[in-house]
Design a protein around this ligand. Structure first.
Ligand SMILES: Cc1cc2nc3c(=O)[nH]c(=O)nc-3n(C[C@H](O)[C@H](O)[C@H](O)COP(=O)(O)OP(=O)(O)OC[C@H]3O[C@@H](n4cnc5c(N)ncnc54)[C@H](O)[C@@H]3O)c2cc1C
Length: 397
């Protein structure tokens, strides 16, 4: 099954990445979960950067096209990392999702300044879309990005929330309205704001049920000024940049969901083959093997759909619009598989599934819950899929 879409080279990459992560992340995963030690997250990011794992699709930092099989390998890396610690993996996913628009849309000197640090693991990136009144409906954002011709600077004002890596990132990609007189799709821009810029504040860090060790918080911009060249792409091109970034991020989230689903499934599989109940192995019982096969087919389907999207992306033939459906399906299928498997595993383990003393099932259950919400909720990606399937209908949001 695994050879159907992935090449020998991909398989070798998986094996290298798995060994690397087991060595660098494995021993630190408990400190990230139990004590939320950001220093441990940063140490693994640095090791990954130095090992060349974050540079996958940005081999030549200064050329326009991404190098293949970049996204396929980025997804493999995310899958393998999420299988050990989904909280940690969110930092890689945010880093690559931040690197992508920098690589593709930043002016060369800005790319030079901010991208290199992210892909060599010495710096961290963050993406700022979500606001107080704007989550799924990202076009309704109220943050403003206004050009001051007197100083040749962009001025950013707004309040973003639920931002992964808020306060610990070195580089923030911020989306805001640059022309309020037209539809947001035509009046949004994207801009790079470095840490330390006057006027940037981090009012609050959230306390989540899962993903412990991954920092998520608020970012406030009050008259933040950055030089003119910090704009990504052209003025008012932000919505297009955001959509292509979301496609990219959703394929990576396919890998995250797959890793989480697989880690839950392995625990359930082991337990079903060892635990004796009513004089027989638990796995002999029809209700239990039904649950195992329900997990198994969901994982295989998610794997096929996710790597199909990655391979389509790496082929370089699809426009962002054409990639939207396969990317949305990868996100939907894998993240739903993850929440299903996390829940079914806790059930199969019984009491052992609810306690930290008997392994990671309870952690995976808490972590998995975020997957169907981040990077476009299940409802929103279903809408995107249907909007391609029903081109003659304006779907009511
Ligand atoms: C852990 C975590 C990390 C995050 N990291 C980032 C980040 O780094 N950067 C960033 O910008 N954002 C980030 N987010 C924000 C995330 O993208 C949003 O939470 C998500 O897009 C949903 O927005 P919302 O929470 O405002 O929910 P809402 O948009 O208010 O939606 C609430 C519910 O209503 C449903 N819904 C909304 N509209 C409709 C409709 N028309 N039809 C049917 N159902 C609908 C949604 O699907 C959802 O189930 C993060 C969130 C979390 C939880």
């Amino acid at each position: 099954m695994k050879d159907f879409l992935l090449s020998t080279q991909d398989g070798q990459f998986r094996s290298d990445a798995r060994d690397f992560l087991q060595r660098e992340l494995g021993p630190r995963a408990a400190a990230i979960e139990d004590r939320e030690e950001w220093g441990e997250v940063k140490a693994v990011i640095k090791a990954l950067g130095e090992g060349g794992y974050l540079k996958l699709m940005f081999q030549d930092l200064y050329q326009g096209s991404l190098s293949a099989p970049g996204l396929t390998h980025a997804v493999i890396l995310s899958e393998e990392a999420a299988a050990l610690s989904y909280a940690f993996e969110t930092t890689i996913a945010t880093a690559t999702s931040c690197a992508y628009p920098l690589h593709r849309y930043a002016q060369p000197e800005v790319r030079d300044q901010y991208l290199a640090g992210i892909v060599n693991g010495s710096e961290i990136g963050a993406i700022c879309v979500t606001e107080q009144n704007v989550g799924s409906d990202s076009a309704g954002m109220q943050t403003t990005i206004v050009f001051d011709s007197a100083t040749n600077e962009w001025v950013i004002n707004g309040f973003k929330r639920y931002i992964s890596n808020a306060s610990v990132a070195d580089t923030y990609i911020v989306y805001g309205i640059s022309n309020p007189d037209v539809a947001p799709q035509k009046g949004m821009s994207a801009i790079v704001v470095p840490k330390g810029t006057k006027g940037i504040r981090f009012p609050r860090t959230y306390n989540f049920m899962g993903r412990r060790g991954c920092i998520v918080g608020e970012v406030e911009f009050t008259n933040c000024r950055v030089p003119a060249n910090h704009l990504l792409g052209q003025v008012n091109e932000g919505f297009k940049i955001m959509l292509s970034m979301f496609n990219f991020e959703r394929v990576i989230l396919g890998g995250s969901g797959l890793g989480v689903a697989r880690s839950a499934f392995e625990i359930a599989r082991r337990h079903a083959q060892q635990r004796v109940s009513f004089g027989q192995k638990l796995g002999c019982k029809q209700l239990i093997w039904n649950s195992i096969s329900e997990m198994s087919w969901r994982i295989d389907a998610a794997e096929l759909i996710t790597y199909r999207a990655a391979k389509l992306y790496d082929s370089g033939h699809l426009s962002p619009k054409e990639l939207m459906k396969p990317a949305s399906m990868a996100k939907l299928c894998s993240t739903e598989a993850a929440t299903f498997c996390a829940d079914a595993t806790v059930q199969i383990l019984g009491g052992d599934g609810l306690t930290k003393q008997f392994g990671r099932a309870e952690q995976i259950y808490r972590d998995a819950r975020a997957l169907t919400i981040v990077g476009g909720t299940t409802e929103m990606v279903k809408y995107l899929i249907a909007s391609v399937d029903l081109p003659e209908i304006k779907i009511n949001l």
